[in-house]
Design a protein around this ligand. Structure first.
Ligand code: KIV
Ligand code: NA
Length: 265
């Protein structure tokens, strides 16, 4: 394979080719996602929810993110691997942010980092970029700020928040980010942002007028039947299929159907 780079993504945008992105947190899943041809694999801090069972993304640590990211990197031959800086690893000051980004790059082998926020973290983003580490931005419904928002509902519906989001996106482009994620905002606003900056805009719950899409892999595979936001398209119902398969295995063991004579030595 020809490896995907931050440059390829910017070229895809200028050629009008949409960018596909999915999360992965472990070796086996990352191998499948990479083989299927997804362009970008995000080692998201959503691992806090889907892997560890926390209610929010806040508890996951930098060490835990590095463990997930290094597992993913070992599986990937083509995709660009982007790793989330977790809550508490970059908000204090730019030096802390750079230290955390360096740890991710050195200890996991990931190719880029993602940080949530706009002008509040501008200096931190610049510091990381100055060290030669590619940065992906993340605006809109940024889950690390859930206790500020108080709800997971759509962001930037009012003019003031929409204007700030546009300014933040332009700032991210200007300082040198290679892409930006827009989460759960009106489709019209997301399309406007995508048209006003030259770097790719990857949406989740941000409509079809952007340059690419991202979903959490466990959600799109239907492994979780409790989470059903409008933006989620389920490509499988793995929750049901896996429960049936595992139930069948348990029954086969109970009935001594498994193993049979050809399944033993
Ligand atoms: O952590 C994550 O999965 C994310 C995506 C939903 C963008 O940040
Ligand atoms: Na995230």
């Amino acid at each position: 394979y020809k490896r995907i780079t931050t440059k390829s993504l910017i070229e895809m945008k200028s050629n009008g080719e949409k960018i596909s992105m999915l999360t992965a947190y472990d070796y086996t899943m990352a191998k499948i996602v990479d083989t299927a041809g997804v362009d970008v694999i995000l080692v998201g801090d959503s691992a806090s929810n889907v892997m560890a069972g926390h209610e929010t993304t806040l508890p996951i640590t930098l060490d835990q993110m590095i463990y997930h990211a290094s597992s993913v990197v070992r599986a990937v031959e083509r995709a660009l691997v982007v790793v989330d800086l977790p809550f508490g690893s970059y908000q204090s000051d730019p030096k802390e942010a750079l230290r955390s980004a360096i740890r991710i790059m050195k200890e996991s082998g990931g190719h880029a980092v993602k940080l949530e926020g706009g002008k509040e973290i501008k200096e931190s983003i610049k510091k990381i970029l100055n060290a030669g580490i590619p940065v992906m931005g993340h605006l809109g419904l940024t889950p690390q700020s859930i206790y500020k928002f108080g709800t997971y509902s759509v962001r930037a519906k009012e003019d003031e928040e929409a204007e700030k989001l546009i300014e933040d996106a332009k700032m991210l482009e200007k300082v040198g980010c290679f892409a930006v994620v827009l989460e759960k905002i009106p489709a019209d606003l997301a399309e406007k942002v995508a048209k006003s900056i030259s770097i790719p805009v990857i949406g989740i719950g941000a409509g079809g007028g952007v340059d690419g899409q991202v979903l959490v892999i466990h959600d799109m595979l239907g492994m979780n039947n409790e989470f059903s936001p409008r933006f989620l398209r389920r490509y499988l119902n793995l929750y049901e299929q896996m429960t049936t398969a595992i139930g069948q295995y348990a029954a086969d063991v109970k009935s001594s159907d498994f193993p049979n004579s050809s399944e033993q030595y």
